[in-house]
Write a new protein. Structure first.
Length: 205
């Protein structure tokens, strides 16, 4: 089942409605108190990320579920032209986004890069490393988005970090302290030609 879609912005428009929808979904699914709290926390993490994004864009929030298997979606596309995007990115002295610490900040970085355009996603991939994205075949993606070209998965990231845990303990420490990494079953970011989508998966079954 797919819920109604709610327009949300980084100046708080629709955010209370999105959180209310999350609470109503938990109630409709008969989730226990702890489970409902976890679903709410995941939605709050998504809304907090949304508030931190700079610039003008259109975003929609909705929830999809099969029984108690839930996915929270946030899809966005920029209202700005290429030159305006460049202007925002040049605000910092380096012309790049400031360094991000914490897994949610990294997720925001990938989401924001996808929002500003494919070229910014490529730049961020070069900065984060070549394994940041899975390259999706046209019409095939874990998010079910027919136009998704590149995908980032938190589970894949966890596996990559675990493999080099001794060499990069800080990355593993970030995951252990992260709310979303400890609650969600997976988080996926799909970059499309005209926008980006974030999907947070949690199976309460």
């Amino acid at each position: 089942m797919i819920s109604s879609k709610i327009r949300v912005t980084n100046n708080d428009t629709g955010i209370n409605d999105a959180l209310s929808l999350t609470d109503k979904t938990a109630e409709a699914l008969g989730l226990g108190r702890k489970e409902a709290f976890h679903l709410r926390l995941l939605a709050e993490e998504m809304m907090s990320m949304l508030r931190a994004i700079t610039g003008d864009f259109k975003a929609m929030f909705w929830i999809e579920n099969e029984g108690k298997n839930c996915t929270l979606h946030l899809s966005a596309m920029s209202d700005m032209d290429y030159m305006k995007r460049r202007e925002i990115l040049s605000v910092s002295t380096s012309g790049k986004n400031t360094a991000r610490t914490g897994i949610m900040e990294k997720i925001r970085g990938i989401f924001e890069a996808g929002l500003w355009g494919m070229e910014e996603s490529f730049r961020l991939q070069a900065e984060y490393g070549t394994t940041m994205f899975n390259y999706a075949s046209p019409g095939v993606s874990g998010l079910g988005m027919s136009e998704a070209m590149y995908l980032w998965s938190m589970q894949k990231y966890k596996n990559d970090v675990a493999n080099v845990r001794e060499d990069n303990p800080d990355d593993w420490d970030e995951l252990e302290k992260s709310i979303i990494a400890n609650i969600a079953d997976d988080v996926e970011v799909g970059v499309k030609r005209d926008g980006v989508e974030l999907a947070v998966h949690k199976n309460f079954a």
